[in-house]
Each structure stands twice: as structure tokens, then as C-alpha cells.
Write a protein that binds this ligand. Structure first.
Ligand SMILES: Nc1ncnc2c1ncn2[C@@H]1O[C@H](COP(=O)(O)OP(=O)(O)OP(=O)(O)O)[C@@H](O)[C@H]1O
Ligand SMILES: [Mg+2]
Length: 739
């Protein structure tokens, strides 16, 4: 958390806590935060703060706002609590200090924060803490709760593991899977001698790590792809019946380029280390130093990692997941071919580039021994490009640099396909499609998903891929914030505000304020027509003046015949509606996307209370209503009545839908649920459109003065209330949909 994200002191601490001797935190250049005490009381008149720090130094600084007040420390008896939400003061130094105390004093790496489990990466062998009883207490926190909720509420669950690169996401995700496998395995029936599904789920880990993990500066085993593993259960969660894995955005650029101190995908180094293994013997691999694709990062060894042993594990996992000998050897043959391809160099020839003579042996071995393809063809397609015109196909020679790029592109494409194929095969093995097609096999009724994506990283120069990874992390954090928003009380309202503020700042920087709000609309819950007061309002105006039977015949004549006052009313109505539309949409977008409760930050630090805007707009409508009522024209009166009826109708329908939507969202998450919700909510709108159009025709024909004015005024008052109700309903429904 940087200074910007740090919670405002003014919001958190009351003034009487800042007395002489109060224990506070002060930012420190090396220790990050250091404890201290206040040397003097702080009051409204105070312009300078004097602190005595724990390192016996005295600090004095000027304050001009509440934000500059020091953070207060928690009472000693609270420090070390296993749930951060129990702390009196929940801010950056309090969180860090509590986690530190737990880690150092009691070697506890897990701490609750409401519904979130915070894990500290110990970077040490902590196998002792994963004893069965500890797993039940902590690791179970994510896994067990998800498992319990799934059984108790009949709902699929997902666990998001997030954090920067090297934070321990993959390790934690593996523990969650291990926990789930052990819970379900203990109750599973015998699998007739075959590898159990739980063992297969766990066996997918070494394969995915070999082909999708690398050494980076921050993490020796960094995942370079995102994964969502879905463990399917039946019998209300008592038994695992399969699993499914989805992967995202494999970092392909790493195959052909690695920065200093980094490595290519582990599998290549494992193969080189185990080159004498019977499975690899025929490939005649050399040490990793022999391959251009493996040496760009410098030293290829990772302290404490035995690549050969990892190769054995990979092989075992592949066999366990049902890959046969031929498939396994083809996988390694393809990978060995990629290493040879990386050693193919080019030189500038007379008319085009050509494979350099020093690479002749590589390319011929690659084509004959590895891939069994025509060497002539490969030479042509590495150094030429095919251009298809309308009726013609021509080939264009490539320059040396272009040929290198084309070689690298081929490597990336082949590896990505191999990766995709392996994931597909693993999925088949995890679903056991071929082996157990028994009709008695139970269908999956729900799942627990574990999302582990590559962590956030920043370098001096960030590639586009890194940018995308970081953006994906921010997006995920945003999603997470929205989910946690409904559990404000459990996570700690203040901490959530910090998380949300930090995330908004980043999202704004990356995609701009407009995109932040349009992002809101992309959330699968934007208001349905019936519930969005602004949309329905403007639709009513269009319908009333231009579509309704009263004026549809000739709107021009109709408007021309209106008196001055009525024209003014009409203009007010249209402009008022347009203003209403844009303002409420704007506020709602910001509301639903990023800002908890009723506070919307709009451009810069300006803060707008949503209720203020609503009151302003509603006030405008009241004035407008009064003007309309005095005009007393039948059409204007009709509009009021119809608007009221329309809003009341939609409001009642939306109320009736409330319970339904709850049930609906329980059963159908994802696209189906959204479609259902939208179609359900548009129905009342359509119905009320037809109904109110018919009524408009009736009113314009039959109602006469003086009742028009009285009814008009009453109608507008009712309209006012129904608007407020609708606004509230729409807000509630948007929040529910986000949840
Ligand atoms: N609970 C743990 N116990 C012991 N060591 C751990 C634990 N969690 C993480 N580590 C260590 O930290 C390293 C990095 O963890 P991990 O690979 O899970 O990070 P990550 O968050 O998935 O990073 P990335 O986003 O780069 O994939 C592990 O290789 C392991 O050495
Ligand atoms: Mg990882």
C-alpha cells in the first residue's frame, strides 16, 4: 500500500485519541513503519506534531490536514489476533505489524481477515504446519468453508488466490486442492485398482508446472499462465467425480527470450538434465548450455532444485494421467525439436535470407530425427513469406531479422498448441471419460473452482504481456472487491475502502475514468429497462409525444399547435429527462463499479453524494410538475398519470421479482443467469409500455377540465415518490447482481 492508498486518518480516529503519550506509527525509510508516542496533545489548533520514536529519535512535522495525523497503534492485547477484523485500528501499519507478530512470534503464516485468508510466504519448508489438525483449522478456512457452503447451500463455490508474483498463490492453491482431495477421498469408494480421481487431480500439478512455470527474478517457480481448476463433486459434495482445467494467456514470449537471471519453461531444463533417461536417449539432447533458447538468462540452475528428479516426477504424472508411451515420447520429441529450431541461425543471402551453413546440422537433425518433415520445405518457410492477393499467391523473401522472427513465431505457435493439447488431455483424464462410461456414474451437481493466476510484477521495462498480466490482476482485484463489498462487516469496512481506493487509482491510470465507468456496464448486471428510472423515463417521453396514438398521426402539427407555456413544458420535460438520463447513469456506473455505499468520487477528488444529485433532479421534476399542472392540457396531464402508473407498475413488478431473482442467481450463475435476469426484467417494461400507450389514448379522449390540473399535480407527486422508490430498487438490484 502506498501513501495514496493509505486510509485517511480523519475518517478513522476520533480527536480525543490523540493525547500526549498516545502510541502511534510513523513511516520509516527502512523499517517501513516504526512505533512511537505523541509528545503533545493534538487539538484543532495544533499545527505541528511531535513524536518520540522507538529508536529514540524525535520527529516534528507540520500538519495541515487530518490526513497527516499519525496512525494510532492497537492496544497490545489485540496484537497477534488471528483475525485482522478484531483489531480496533485497521490500517496499513496495523495489518503489517499484526502479520509480522504472528509470523515471527508464533510462526503462523495464515491470518483471517473476515472471509479472506491472508497467507505470508515463509520461503521455508513448513511441512510441519500442514499437519492434519492445522489443515483443518487454517487451510480449511478457504477449502473447508467452500466445501461446507457447497454442501449446505447447494451452490458451486470458487476460491480466488491472489497476490503478487512469488506471494505463494500456486502453493496455496495446491494446498486447497490437497485438502479437497483428502476430504472427498476419505469418503470415496474404491476405484477398482485405478488411480483415484483425487490422485489424478493432484498429478496434474507437476505437469502444469513443468510446461507452464519458469524461474523469474522474483520467483523460482513462477506460473506463466492463469489457471482455473474446477473440481466437480456429486452427492452434495461428498465425492469428487472429476475436474476440469481452464488456462489463460500463456506467456509465449518467454520461449524465445529470457531476461537476465530468468529461465525458459522448466520442462526444457528437466529434459536436458535427464537426457540419459531411457525415454529421452534417442533424442540425443545436450546440456542446456548448448541451446540458444535456454541460455539467454545466464546461469540455468536453480539452487535447491533437482531438474532430473523433477523430470522423473513429470514422467510419473504423465503416466498416471494415462498418457501412453508413444504420446509421451512425441511430446518430448516436439520439445527437443524446438530447442534445435532455436539453434537455427540465418544470414543475409543475395536476394533473401538463408539458413546459415553452421546451422545445417541442426536443421537436418530437426527435420529427420525430430519432426519428420521435409527439410527443403522448412528452409523455404523459415526464409519466405506467402502473400495471397485476390487471385494470386506470391512468395516474398524475408530479411535475416524477419527470418529470426518467423522462426520464433513458429516456436511459440508449436509450444502453445502443445500446451493446449496437454491441457485437453489432462482434462480428459480428470473427467475419466473413456475409462468409466458406466451409466450409473453420477453426474456432477456442483463444483469448487480454484483460480490461480500469474502474479503482478513490475520491471524497468514491462512488455505488453506483463502489462496484460498486471491488468488481469487489477481486474481480478476489482471483481474481488465487489464480491467482498457485500461482506463489508466481515472484512472490515476500513480495509475494504483502502483496497477499493488503491484499485480504482490503478484502473483509472490504465484505462481512464470513462473506461472505469464503462467497465461497470460490462459487469453482467446493468439495469434492465424496467428498473432503470432514467431509461424508462426517457422511453416514456419518446413514446408519449411521438409514438402514442394522440400524436403519431402528425407530430409536427401537434407541436405547432401547442401554446407557449406548453412548448416550454415540453422542452423542460425533454431536457430534464436527458439530464436525468445522463446524470443518473453516470452516478450509477460509478456507484455500482467502484464506490461503496452512497459516495461517488467523480474526476479528481470531488465527492458527490448520490442522494444530493437525486434530490436536485427530483426537485427539478417537482418544479416542472407544477408548471405542467397549471398548463392543464390534456396531453400533459395524461403524461403525468401514465408516468405514475407506469412507474408504479414497474416498481410493483420489480418488487415481485425480488425473491425470484435471488433464487435465480443461486441456481444460474454466469451468462445464463444474466440472460434470465435481463429477460425477466424487460417483460414488465414491455407490458407497461403497451398498457400505458392504451391509457394515454383513453385519457386524451375522455378527461376534461378542471380535473386535469388536480390529477396532474397528484400524478406528479406520485411520480416523485415512485422515482425515489425506483431509484432505490435499481440501486439494490445492481448491488445484488454484482454480488
Ligand atoms: N506455504 C508455503 N510454504 C513454504 N514455501 C512456500 C509457501 N508458499 C510459497 N512458498 C515458496 O514461495 C515460492 C513461490 O510461491 P508460488 O510459486 O506459489 O508463488 P506465486 O504466487 O504462484 O507466484 P507467481 O505469480 O509468480 O506464479 C514457492 O516456490 C515456495 O518456495
Ligand atoms: Mg504461481
Amino acid at each position: 500500500m502506498d501513501g495514496d492508498a493509505t486510509l485517511g486518518r480523519g475518517q478513522v480516529f476520533s480527536g480525543q485519541n490523540y493525547k500526549k503519550g498516545a502510541r502511534i506509527w510513523h513511516r520509516h525509510p527502512h523499517l517501513v513503519w516504526i512505533g512511537g508516542v505523541l509528545e503533545e496533545d493534538i487539538s484543532f489548533q495544533t499545527r505541528q506534531v511531535r513524536l518520540k520514536l522507538e529508536d529514540d529519535t524525535t520527529v516534528e512535522y507540520d500538519i495541515t490536514s487530518l490526513e497527516q495525523l499519525p496512525f494510532l497503534r492497537n492496544p497490545a492485547f489485540l496484537v497477534g489476533k488471528d483475525d485482522l477484523t478484531l483489531l480496533s485500528y485497521l490500517h496499513e501499519p496495523a495489518v503489517l505489524h499484526n502479520l509480522q507478530v504472528r509470523f515471527v512470534n508464533s510462526q503462523s503464516i495464515y491470518t483471517y481477515c473476515g472471509i479472506v485468508l491472508v497467507a505470508i510466504n515463509p520461503y521455508a519448508d513448513c511441512s510441519h504446519i500442514y499437519r492434519e489438525e492445522i489443515i483443518q483449522v487454517y487451510q480449511g478456512a478457504g477449502g473447508e468453508e467452500a466445501h461446507f457452503d457447497m454442501g449446505a447451500f447447494g451452490k458451486s463455490q470458487s476460491i480466488i488466490v491472489s497476490g503478487e508474483s512469488g506471494a505463494g498463490k500456486t502453493v496455496s492453491a495446491k494446498f486447497v486442492m490437497r485438502y479437497l482431495a483428502s476430504v472427498a477421498a476419505s469418503r470415496s469408494r474404491s476405484d477398482q485398482g485405478r488411480t483415484t480421481i483425487e490422485a489424478r487431480v493432484l498429478a496434474s500439478n507437476p505437469i502444469m508446472e513443468s510446461i507452464g512455470n519458469v524461474k523469474t527474478i522474483r520467483n523460482d517457480n513462477s506460473s506463466r499462465f492463469g489457471t482455473f481448476i474446477q473440481i466437480n463433486f456429486c452427492e452434495r459434495g461428498r465425492r469428487i467425480i472429476g475436474a476440469e482445467m481452464k488456462t489463460y494467456l500463456l506467456e509465449k514470449s518467454r520461449l524465445v527470450f529470457q531476461a537476465g537471471g530468468e529461465r525458459n519453461y522448466h520442462v526444457f531444463y528437466q529434459m536436458c538434465a535427464a537426457r540419459n533417461h531411457p525415454v529421452l536417449k534417442d533424442l540425443h539432447l545436450g546440456p542446456c548450455e548448448a541451446y540458444g533458447y535456454l541460455t539467454q538468462g545466464g546461469d540455468s540452475r536453480i539452487p535447491g532444485v533437482d531438474d532430473r528428479a523433477d523430470f522423473e516426477e513429470l514422467l510419473k504424472a504423465l503416466q498416471m494421467l494415462g498418457f501412453d508411451g508413444k504420446q509421451i515420447s512425441e511430446v518430448f520429441r516436439l520439445l527437443a525439436g524446438l530447442l534445435l529450431l532455436g539453434n537455427v541461425h540465418f544470414e543475409n543471402g543475395e536476394s533473401s535470407s538463408a539458413v546459415s551453413p553452421e546451422s545445417a546440422q541442426e536443421i537436418s537433425r530437426l527435420c529427420r530425427e525430430m519432426w519428420e518433415i521435409s527439410e527443403g520445405d522448412l528452409r523455404v518457410w523459415l526464409t519466405r513469406r506467402e502473400i495471397r492477393a485476390v487471385n494470386e499467391v506470391v512468395t516474398k523473401p524475408l530479411t535475416k531479422n524477419e527470418a529470426v522472427r518467423s522462426r520464433d513465431a513458429l516456436t511459440k505457435m508449436l509450444y502453445a498448441h502443445l500446451f493446449g493439447w496437454l491441457v485437453e488431455k489432462i482434462n480428459e483424464a480428470l473427467n475419466d471419460k473413456e475409462k468409466a462410461p458406466s451409466p450409473s456414474k453420477k453426474r456432477s451437481d456442483r463444483f469448487i473452482g480454484v483460480l490461480d493466476i500469474y502474479g503482478f510484477e513490475t520491471f524497468d521495462i514491462n512488455s505488453f504481456e506483463q502489462f496484460s498480466i498486471n491488468y488481469a490482476n487489477e481486474k481480478l482485484q476489482q471483481q474481488f472487491n465487489q464480491h467482498v463489498e457485500k461482506n463489508r462487516d466481515s472484512i472490515g469496512e476500513k480495509l475494504l475502502d483502502v483496497m477499493v481506493a488503491a484499485n480504482i487509482q490503478t484502473m483509472r491510470t490504465v484505462i481512464g475514468p470513462a473506461a472505469v465507468s464503462s467497465g461497470a456496464k460490462s459487469i453482467p448486471i446493468t439495469f434492465s429497462s424496467s428498473q432503470n428510472p432514467s431509461t424508462s423515463f426517457i422511453m416514456m417521453i419518446i413514446m408519449t409525444f411521438f409514438v402514442s396514438p394522440v400524436c403519431a398521426s402528425d407530430p409536427y402539427v401537434y407541436i405547432k399547435n401547442l401554446g407557449e407555456l406548453e412548448k416550454l413544458c415540453l422542452m423542460l420535460l425533454i431536457f430534464g429527462a436527458l439530464g436525468w438520463l445522463s446524470l443518473t447513469n453516470y452516478v450509477f456506473c460509478i456507484e455500482e463499479e467502484i464506490i461503496p455505499r452512497n459516495r461517488a468520487r467523480v474526476r479528481g477528488n470531488e465527492s458527490i453524494e448520490m442522494s444530493t444529485i437525486s434530490a436536485l433532479l427530483l426537485g427539478m421534476i417537482v418544479i416542472f410538475g407544477a408548471v405542467c399542472a397549471t398548463a392543464g392540457r390534456v396531453e400533459i396531464f395524461s403524461i403525468s398519470i401514465i408516468l405514475v402508473l407506469f412507474y408504479l407498475f414497474t416498481f410493483l413488478v420489480s418488487l415481485a421479482n425480488d425473491e425470484d431473482q435471488h433464487g435465480l442467481q443461486r441456481d444460474h450463475s454466469g451468462v445464463l443467469g444474466i440472460l434470465n435476469t435481463v429477460s425477466k426484467n424487460t417483460k414488465p417494461y414491455l407490458l407497461s409500455t403497451v398498457f400505458s400507450t392504451a391509457l394515454l389514448a383513453f385519457c386524451s379522449e375522455h378527461i376534461i377540465e378542471p380535473y386535469q390540473s388536480i390529477f396532474g399535480a397528484m400524478g406528479l407527486i406520485l411520480l416523485l415518490f415512485s422515482q425515489i422508490f425506483l431509484l432505490h430498487t435499481a440501486y439494490k438490484s445492481s448491488r445484488r447482481a454484482i454480488d
